[in-house]
Design a binder for this molecule. Structure first.
Ligand code: SF4
Length: 656
């Protein structure tokens, strides 16, 4: 695609007109950090972003030619192909992007879960004018299809009737090939979590092999990684103008030959990642690659480059996170929150998410097993309180108009509930270049987590404001009750006793999810989790507050077995710890080495982050044994305490 365009690539880099101040002294006053935060919000809109006539948002994004014609559209500008069924809810990335594109004036349609033995489904609405986007869905398709012990799953929460089998394994590859067949010469853009986490060489647990960057196998023209709102709109705008799409922040491309840095990098800061072959020779290089990539996402200004044989993939610098104003606009789009009317069977994910509200994205935690570090990143984009309250009111009103009572909001959250409006006191988000394009300034921070090994003094999390928001929401006449079901980070909660009392006494629906993950110090260290004492202090405070407010409620601790570095001995320690508390370990999941995480790289090379050898339960038998060590605690006598409920231990630890 790009090579056929006449506009030269790369464009010369322009100097920043606004220089970023040197790394300042530590600022402890929250007020001052908020001023910085607010200023940053003001300048974070890009020239490419502010554009285009807005189309009227349809009730549902069209899925058929008939629906498209009913909107007065004679063709699509963009077609999005998705591995999940279409539920018009902002928790589904493809749906969010479809409505965002429409908001920016691009007629967009969705083909959900197409048959992959024919191109017929893709051709339903004809050839799109600009490009086709491909996503495997909300989960990596292999993770969606197989358990931690590589057994086939029979359920799929993102499919009508909850049945597995509506999408292929390695959906990105299959759908891309299908799109190439259906629309020869049309640009194909990959995105979503599967593509994002496989953007460079990665370990694939399901074949126990190192795989090439997905662009080398999928033959797509561009890959959007991370949260894609800015990149997908920029891509549509550039194609509209007949311009080259390579180099858009938050994207990657296969540069083909040669395996040396392209000319564009002469004017840009960039990191050279270990080559695919270097990783094949020395597994530790995968750990270096993942650490470098994590830093590339965080530092904001750098490109990345990875040689693969005689070719190379090039990653442009990360896209800037959305500011509050943009988040408000995005989540304020008229999502019906229902499955498309074509479906005759309920979609489990729709049921689960119906009464939930997203308040923010991104997580400063940086846990080593979590894919968020490389996908959403550590910077947090939050919606305003007004926008969240308006959504709660809207949801309540809809319910009341159906003759039902006020709504019970099942969750207000993001990856970590108590990080709403969390930010770094030392950061200015963006500078502005000569052409008024927002350019992210390099972060001077080299930490891999804002919370580990201890909470950074510059990490501001105004939990008092979060609690005020929850109380305002609960006081709306359209709202019956408000719950926080997303995980609460214990070490942050302990920083604010008033907030902890409120979470415990007012917004916990009987159970509060917390993720200590383990109790063995060495394992917690490898996970980048706080020491066990932090969880125990939290537990004590939670129990005290629950008693004080007269509520019988429980902490649901998430735990993990077979983590790299975790020995059988460590699992016995964990089992003993659980037994002492009369806890049933049914919330334990076996670690799954999903592509792209630091923990997966440790699993692959059997070394810790400093390069020291560690034990890894590698085979299915070793992993099962660790899992069973915990399960044996079920044999302990029942206790007066209520047993915790939850799914069995073969969870999908993709976003934890
Ligand atoms: S660890 Fe987080 S809060 Fe601290 S300086 Fe770095 S980015 Fe800022």
């Amino acid at each position: 695609m790009a090579s056929k365009r006449s506009v030269p690539f790369p464009q010369p880099a322009r100097p920043l007109t606004q220089r970023i101040a040197p790394f300042p002294d530590l600022l402890l006053e929250e007020q001052r950090s908020e001023d910085i935060h607010r200023n940053a919000e003001r300048v974070c809109r890009t020239a490419e972003h502010v554009s285009a006539a807005t189309l009227v948002q349809p009730l549902f994004v069209p899925m058929t030619a008939k629906e498209m014609c009913a909107l007065g559209w004679d063709e699509l500008d963009v077609l999005l192909i998705n591995g999940d069924a279409y539920v018009d809810h902002p928790s589904f990335g493809v749906v969010l992007l479809a409505r965002w594109l429409i908001h920016h004036g691009f007629r967009t349609g969705i083909v959900a879960q197409p048959r992959w033995n024919t191109t017929e489904d893709l051709l339903t609405m004809g050839r799109p004018r600009l490009f086709a986007g491909v996503s495997a869905g909300a989960l990596d398709s292999m993770l969606a299809h197989y358990t931690a012990f590589r057994k086939k799953r029979h359920d799929d929460a993102y499919t009508p009737g909850g049945k597995a089998g509506a999408r292929p394994n390695r959906a990105c590859l299959v759908y891309t090939n299908l799109a190439k067949q259906a629309f020869p010469d049309l640009p194909i853009v990959l995105g979503g979590i599967e593509a994002s986490l496989r953007r460079v060489s990665h370990y694939d647990f399901w074949t126990d092999a190192l795989r090439h960057p997905i662009l080398m196998d999928a033959k797509a023209d561009l890959l959007i990684w991370g949260m894609g709102e800015r990149a997908i709109v920029a891509c549509a705008q550039r194609l509209e103008r007949g311009e080259d799409v390579r180099g858009i922040p938050g994207t990657a491309y296969d540069q083909g030959l040669p395996a040396s840095p392209p000319a564009v990098l002469a004017a840009q800061p960039y990191v050279t990642l270990p080559s695919h072959e270097a990783i094949l020779q020395d597994a530790t290089a995968l750990l270096h690659l993942t650490q470098e990539l994590e830093q590339q996402v965080h530092r904001r200004d750098a490109w990345a480059f990875q040689p693969v044989g005689k070719r190379a993939v090039v990653l442009a610098r990360p896209a800037a996170p959305l500011c509050t104003e943009e988040m408000d606009t995005l989540y304020g789009l008229p999502f019906t929150r229902k499955a498309h009317p074509r479906y005759t069977h309920p979609i489990p994910a729709e049921e689960m998410l119906r009464a939930s509200i997203t308040s923010h994205r991104g997580c400063g935690g940086g846990c080593s097993f979590c894919s968020l570090a490389l996908h959403q990143g550590r910077r947090i984009s939050s919606r305003s309180a007004q926008s969240i309250l308006a959504e709660a009111r809207r949801l309540g009103l809809q319910r009341m108009q159906q003759g039902k009572g006020p709504i019970a909001i099942s969750d207000v959250g993001g990856p970590t509930a108590n990080m709403w409006q969390g930010h770094c006191a030392l950061e200015q988000r963006t500078a502005t270049s000569a052409d008024d394009t927002a350019v992210t300034a390099k972060s001077a921070c080299h930490r891999s987590s804002c919370c580990f090994p201890s909470i950074c003094k510059s990490f501001i999390t105004p939990q008092n404001k979060h609690v005020a928001l929850l109380r305002d929401m609960a006081s709306l006449q359209e709202v019956k009750q408000v719950r926080v079901a997303s995980g609460v980070r214990a070490d942050l909660a302990l920083r604010d006793t008033m907030a902890l009392a409120a979470y415990t006494g007012e917004f916990t629906g009987g159970q509060l999810k917390v993720a200590p993950e383990h109790c063995a110090p060495a394992v917690l260290q490898l996970m980048r989790k706080p020491p066990l004492e932090v969880f125990e202090s939290f537990l004590e405070a939670f129990t005290r507050q629950s008693r004080r407010s007269g509520r019988e409620q429980y902490v649901v601790p998430y735990l993990m077995s077979a983590f790299p570095g975790c020995t059988d001995e460590d699992m016995y320690t964990l089992a003993h710890w659980l037994r002492q508390r009369h806890w049933n370990p049914r919330q334990t999941q076996c670690f799954i080495p999903t592509p792209g995480t630091i923990a997966t790289a440790m699993f692959y090379c059997e070394r810790d982050e400093a390069g020291n050898p560690i034990y890894v339960a590698r085979t299915d038998a070793q992993r099962l044994r660790q899992h069973h060590i915990l399960m044996q605690t079920e044999a302990t006598p029942a206790t007066p305490q209520k047993r915790r409920r939850g799914h069995a231990g073969e969870g999908k630890n993709h976003a934890r």
